[in-house]
Design a protein around this ligand. Structure first.
Ligand SMILES: Nc1nc2c(ncn2[C@@H]2O[C@H](COP(=O)(O)OP(=O)(O)OP(=O)(O)O)[C@@H](O)[C@H]2O)c(=O)[nH]1
Length: 601
């Protein structure tokens, strides 16, 4: 590859709501530009992707360098930066956007603007991007490009007179997209002679190469063999490899201003590579870092415990493996009387939590129990200290608490008019405060401030069900505010069941306590004595259920019959024993915890 002058580089990302065709368009762009430059390259490109899939390497947020000869006869270097699709990764998205000068805003012409489109487009506007609206799926009979253009103008305030109408699926007008990139996006700026300043956009662990870092060069040059310094930590590494993705990894001698590419530097874990950090030259460092660096802070925590206690070591190894590749995931050992040995895990948001849980069960074949997710509360004590509370169990005694603050979010929900009423009541029920309500055609766009605590349980599911799946939802964190919060403890025959403690607003605490007690009553099997299940706030019991004692020994019935059947029964019982937890004299089946933790209203 030849060195492209900076004025012929275009760095862009694609922003879109889920399913509006981002991946299909990206594939088309790779295919069309590859086919234009060299036929062989196409097959190579596709081959290397196939290989990656076969090897099972996660195809992570990466870039693709495309070479495009435009109508003006000049060849341009187009760098497509992929961005993570979900709001949990808002910070990662913001850094990816900071590495580009413009965005393609892809909107499905048969669907129109959705909540996620908005959240992403506002981020692109914040990043000072030139935004090119793309109307996709115009091959569909239901496509209404004119209506959707009007919607983009009304809702986002973007001029759509030059919007590009395409079908990513059939390949219609992909050239229009490429020309728009070349003619409408600004070229990057940068000084090749200034000290090195490179933005760390992303990093991931590759089993063959170690940690791979994706960078965008702002000033200076990044070369093989160079000693680089991470400005947030001061750590120094020697660069081993420099290159670009085509999308296969193509080694280069160096990267210059405006370019996006990768480096490797014998770095052991991604935890040493903070997204948003500035990489500089160790000998002639830049005077100041690039703006906008933020360390990643988990906002949602929950306990993860192996259902089978023998799996503890396996869980520990699996978490370490995940952490290797995901610096925003945190964990620390934790013990629970109810659940045994496990880990308290921190996530960027609910989706992140789901992804990790899913990976643990699928890739690592672990059977886990997760405690109810909890947000991070700020507990202000009477002695002036502030305690960050990740686990309801650690809540200090009421007498030393001055006040508690909880995190809030700003939620944007788009929903057809017919379901607006139910969505509004759901938000109100969750202590939401309405900020805005506007209409886009027959769709309402509502903006609410809601405590994060109120959405961590089942908000998505409820929103989907009350809107029959038509509502789209997005959120950003919106600071902390004081609230009247209490911890509800669950006691079984006077013993605290730590895994079931939770924090709630005082107004909802009793109802939730009663629900859990009611549920546990049905879930805990009768035993030889009476069992009291109580919910308490501090020392005040707010709900109580009683499970009556067994009247006779029902196990006697099970015996008799042939020996194999007996053995099977015994085996089953042993299996069952493993899944029981002892509370004082009471044995509680693991399944009871699972069910009790599922707290739908
Ligand atoms: N009819 C039609 N379907 C399309 C077009 N572009 C994409 N699709 C289809 O829309 C669906 C979603 O496309 P993707 O490219 O996976 O969408 P995405 O935005 O990348 O979605 P995520 O990867 O899930 O975020 C797929 O079934 C595509 O085949 C188009 O121009 N016309």
């Amino acid at each position: 590859m030849t060195d492209t002058p900076i004025e012929r580089i275009r760095n862009f990302s694609i922003i879109a709501h889920i399913d509006h065709g981002k991946s299909t368009l990206a594939d088309r762009l790779i295919q069309v530009t590859g086919a234009l430059s060299a036929r062989e390259m196409t097959s190579q490109v596709l081959d290397s992707m196939e290989l990656e899939k076969e090897r099972g390497i996660t195809i992570k947020a990466q870039t693709v360098r495309l070479s495009y000869t435009a109508k003006d006869g000049l060849t341009y270097e187009l760098n497509l930066m992929d961005t993570p699709g979900h709001v949990d990764f808002a910070y990662e998205v913001s850094r990816s956007l900071a590495a580009c000068e413009g965005s393609l805003l892809v909107v499905d012409a048969s669907q129109g603007v959705e909540a996620q489109t908005l959240a992403n487009v506002y981020q692109a506007i914040d990043a000072n991007h030139e935004i090119v609206p793309i109307l996709n799926k115009i091959d569909l009979p239901a496509a209404e490009p004119e209506r959707v253009k009007q919607q983009i103008e009304d809702v986002i305030g973007l001029d759509t007179s030059d919007a590009v109408e395409i079908s990513a699926k059939t390949g219609l007008n992909i050239e229009g997209v490429l020309e728009a990139l070349v003619t409408r996006l600004p070229a990057p700026k940068g000084n090749a002679n200034a000290p090195l300043k490179a933005l760390l956009v992303d990093s991931w662990y590759d089993q063959y190469l170690g940690v791979v870092i994706l960078v965008r060069i702002k000033d200076g040059r990044l070369k093989r063999g160079q000693k680089i310094r991470m400005m947030s930590t001061g750590a120094v590494h020697a660069v081993e490899q420099v290159g670009v993705f085509t999308p296969k990894m193509l080694p280069m001698d160096d990267l210059g201003p405006g370019e996006i590419g990768f480096i490797t530097a014998a770095i052991k874990t991604v935890a040493d590579c903070n997204v948003g950090d500035t990489i500089t030259d160790d000998r002639t460092p830049a005077a100041e870092a690039l703006p906008g660096f933020k360390p990643s802070i988990p906002v949602v925590w929950c306990g993860l415990y192996p259902i089978d206690a023998d799996d503890f070591e396996k869980l520990r190894d699996s978490l370490a493996k995940l952490r290797l590749n995901d610096a925003s995931f945190h964990y620390e050992p934790e013990t629970s009387a109810a659940l045994g040995f496990g880990f308290r895990c921190g996530f960027l948001g609910l989706l992140h939590l789901e992804i990790i849980q899913e990976r643990l069960s699928r890739e690592f074949d672990l059977d886990l129990i997760a405690t109810a997710p909890s947000v991070v509360y700020h507990v202000f004590k009477t002695n002036g200290e502030m305690q960050e509370l990740h686990n309801p169990v650690d809540m200090p005694d009421g007498s030393v608490i001055d006040h508690i603050e909880e995190p809030w979010i700003k939620a944007t929900i788009m929903v057809p008019d017919d379901y607006l009423g139910s969505v509004l009541s759901l938000c109100t029920e969750r202590r939401g405060q309405q900020v805005d309500l506007t209409y886009v055609g027959n769709r309402a766009m509502v903006v609410y401030r809601i405590p994060l605590n109120e959405i961590v349980f089942d908000f998505y599911d409820r929103l989907k069900s009350v809107s029959r799946g038509y509502a789209s939802f997005d959120y950003t964190l919106d600071g902390y505010a004081e609230s009247d919060l209490v911890r509800i403890s669950i006691l079984v025959n006077g013993d605290l069941v730590d895994a079931l403690s939770f924090i709630a607003h005082r107004a909802a605490a009793e109802t939730r306590g009663r629900q859990i007690c009611g549920r546990l009553k049905d879930l805990i099997p009768k035993q030889l004595f009476k069992i009291a299940i109580q919910a308490a706030i501090g020392s005040r019991v707010v709900a109580r259920e009683t499970i009556s004692a067994l009247s006779k020994d029902v196990t006697a019935k099970c015996y008799g019959g042939d020996i194999t059947r007996k053995r099977k029964l015994l085996e089953k019982q042993k299996e069952g024993k493993k899944r029981m937890r002892q509370f004082g004299k009471v044995e509680i089946p693991q399944s009871a915890f699972l069910a009790a933790l599922k707290m739908d209203a």
